[in-house]
Design a protein around this ligand. Structure first.
Ligand code: WT7
Length: 688
């Protein structure tokens, strides 16, 4: 079927089958959408401009053809892209060998590659003087520009400093630094000598840091003396000292002076500015096996302690490079403003690796969305002339409340694409982003992915620049991604307009390789829930035309302001309080955070301490042991929890009560003591 006719049929079908989506289209310009789509199919026939690799493939006439090729012949598709987009020290012999039943993920077998060479060295001849990093510090107007040449010097000196102090290939290095040039240099310096970096978000408590250092058995930590964020002083070194006191595996701590202030130095401490100034500016890059670990990053699961998600060299780098270029339609010399912290996967893939692999200019944002006022993002956009913005829905919702005047005050004409990630993007935030921030000129690109997926998996328009974008959904799978929806029995849901468990059917290069030190847990978590599929833990609805809308987590993972937290992690902390007998944590809808934390707490018999005291202690404990965003928003004391006869907590009931929607609780007859439900509802009504 000819391209335009096929697209027309798809759209007509979509119109007739899906009233909801139809309404969305009706609200916009439906005729115009069809026309644009017809044009886009012709436009996307030119795969060669965005994918020169497939120049000589006459059968590829459209975006859809290319997508099909990526699924049906992944080795041809990814093999070509990996070879042309990256520089290999030794070519790979085979593209992939993956087995989803036992979580064996191998990409670019026997290839050798170095990440720092790909991110920095290979750009030096052509654009050594191009700005690689724009460091947007806490105070507006203090930005610093770091060229690829400058970055190269930092990386070489830092990697020599690591090497001279005994850091070796395969060692795990914990990086506890805010988003700043030395943090990027530290990540790349590790990769240069083959050490595995484990960036720990510099807002985490000393206990959270210690847990991550111990799990990775990291002997080396890289940190800074102090930092300021949102006008507040952060004593990073002190947090690291407290963590190191609990983690006896640590042999050395590199301390960089980010602020010109003295902090006490201990016997393990090495002054990083000093040792870098004494190190040579040339450090040999080690060709790493494609399958060796590049980095690990901790994230929360539904049970147990955080998991050290581990990514490999060849697969991760290929996927980060290709998704960055094609999801955002990045053009040379544009300024990319992903305002996430490097402590999260978004920072890894779209502040550091994706942009640098493409020779782009990337912004390192070290402040907060509201410092010194709610106009900060837009003032930064104007001053730095940012072309692509990539932020979280939670920040949008927060800023939206402050009104339009904070936005319109600043010139945003540099903006071309508006990305977001982390949680479902609600209609109101989507429209504000598109109409007010982007003045209806810029595409809004809602991207769905996870720490485990390495890069973006679902996004509106990989390389099909004219196709329409529907509100509040990430829409379409990226090349190589084959999403399916499964019902609770594990059957594939074929029909549209149905929701199910979002799984991915085929391997792709960005997928994580393992959980550090616990491959069994990796297999159980991601491949056993539905044999033969990668299990995401999210629910989704598929609209006609193959457009996906994410509905949220289906497991016991909370998403608070885009940060993942296991309910079990929070309960573990609450249960440690001397007055607490048992607790159960659930999420509830929150205007700004997306999801808030609601804790039900059973106190031990005979506790006389005031309830206010206990609440404040519980909040302090979660802040200290986990992070400040892990503090419960609501704490309800209860004499019991709704449990089945086998002792399983019926969380569905707790969620409904927390959301103040206890009218329809469903069947509660299997509870050991159904009368507890009324008590819980009454107590809830008293505290809201
Ligand atoms: C979870 C992954 C990937 C970087 C940020 C978070 C949720 C992510 C979206 C989106 C709806 C989203 C999912 C996912 N999520 N993007 N566009 N729409 N939900 O990474 O901490 O690994 O969390 O974030 O629930 O599973 P992460």
């Amino acid at each position: 079927m000819a391209g335009p006719v096929r697209i027309h049929n798809i759209l007509s079908n979509l119109w007739s089958k899906n009233a909801k989506l139809g309404k969305i289209l009706q609200a916009g310009n439906w005729e115009g959408e069809i026309q644009r789509c017809l044009r886009s199919d012709i436009a996307s026939a030119i795969t060669t401009t965005s994918f020169p690799e497939f120049d000589s493939s006459p059968q590829l006439n459209s975006h859809l053809d290319l997508y099909k090729l990526s699924l049906e012949k992944p080795d041809i598709f990814w093999g070509k892209l990996a070879r042309s987009r990256l520089t290999w020290s030794k070519d790979f012999d085979r593209v992939s060998d993956c087995d989803l039943s036992n979580g064996l993920i191998k990409w670019f077998i026997d290839g050798k590659i170095n990440a720092s060479v790909n991110c920095v060295d290979r750009h030096l001849d052509k654009y050594g003087n191009r700005v690689a990093l724009i460091w947007e510090k806490d105070e507006p107007g203090q930005e610093e520009y770091i060229t690829y040449k400058d970055l190269s010097l930092l990386v070489n000196k830092l990697s020599n400093s690591l090497k001279n102090h005994g850091v070796k290939r395969g060692d795990r290095v914990a990086i506890y630094l805010p988003c700043c040039p030395i943090a990027v240099a530290a990540m790349l310096a590790c990769t240069r000598i083959g050490a595995i970096h484990s960036v720990v978000f510099a807002g985490f408590s000393s206990e959270a840091l210690a847990g991550r250092i111990l799990d990775a058995r990291a002997e080396t930590v890289i940190t800074a003396n102090e930092d300021v964020r949102g006008g507040k002083l952060l004593n990073l070194k002190k947090t690291v000292d407290d963590a190191v006191a609990k983690a006896s595996c640590v042999k050395r701590v590199f301390v960089y002076d980010l602020l010109d202030r003295q902090v006490p130095m201990n016997k393990l401490d090495i002054p990083l500015n000093k040792v870098m100034s004494e190190s040579s500016g040339e450090s040999e890059a080690v060709p790493m096996d494609s399958l060796e670990s590049l980095f690990m990053l901790y994230t929360s699961g539904s049970t147990g302690k955080p998991k050290g998600i581990t990514h490999s060299h060849g697969g991760y780098l290929t996927y980060a490079a290709v998704t960055f270029k094609h999801v955002f339609d990045y053009k040379e010399e544009e300024r990319f403003g992903c305002l996430a912290d490097i402590g999260w996967i978004t920072g890894h893939s779209y502040v550091v690796y994706g942009p640098l692999l493409n020779g782009a200019t990337t912004v390192l944002f070290s402040s907060t969305p509201t410092y010194p006022d709610p106009g900060r993002y837009w003032e930064t956009v104007e001053r730095l002339k940012i072309n692509h913005l990539y932020i979280a829905p939670t920040a949008l919702r927060l800023l939206l409340k402050g009104g339009d005047s904070w936005v319109t005050k600043y010139n945003r004409s540099s903006l071309r694409k508006l990305g977001c990630v982390g949680e479902p993007l609600n209609h109101e935030a989507f429209e504000w982003y598109r109409d007010v921030i982007g003045e209806k000129r810029c595409d809004v690109i809602d991207t769905w992915w996870q720490t485990e997926t390495g890069g973006i998996c679902i996004a509106p328009r990989p390389s099909n620049p004219d196709a329409p974008i529907y509100p509040a959904m990430p829409m379409r799978p990226f090349f190589g991604i084959d999403p399916v929806l499964l019902d609770s029995a594990g059957q594939v849901i074929e029909e549209d307009n149905a929701s199910g468990s979002l799984c991915i059917k085929r391997p792709w290069p960005g997928m994580a390789q393992t959980i550090y030190g616990d491959h069994q847990r990796y297999v159980e978590t991601y491949y056993q829930p539905f044999a033969g599929y990668y299990y995401t833990g999210d629910g989704a609805v598929r609209h006609p035309g193959g457009y996906y809308q994410i509905t949220g987590r289906m497991d016991d993972v909370l998403n608070v302001s885009g940060h993942r937290l296991g309910t079990g992690e929070i309960e573990d902390v609450l249960d440690d309080h001397h007055a607490v007998a048992e607790s159960a944590v659930v999420g509830f809808p929150h205007d700004i955070k997306g999801e808030g934390i609601y804790a039900y707490v059973i106190l031990k018999d005979g506790v006389s301490e005031s309830r206010e005291n206990i609440i404040s202690e519980l909040r302090q404990m979660t802040k200290k042991r986990l992070a400040s965003y892990a503090q419960p928003d609501m704490i309800q004391f209860t004499p019991g929890l709704p449990k089945t006869r086998s002792g399983k907590i019926m969380r569905r009931i707790l969620r409904k009560v927390a959301a103040s929607s206890s009218d329809d609780l469903g069947d509660i007859s299997t509870l050991a003591d159904p009368s507890i439900v009324d008590v819980i509802i009454k107590n809830h009504d008293k505290i809201v």
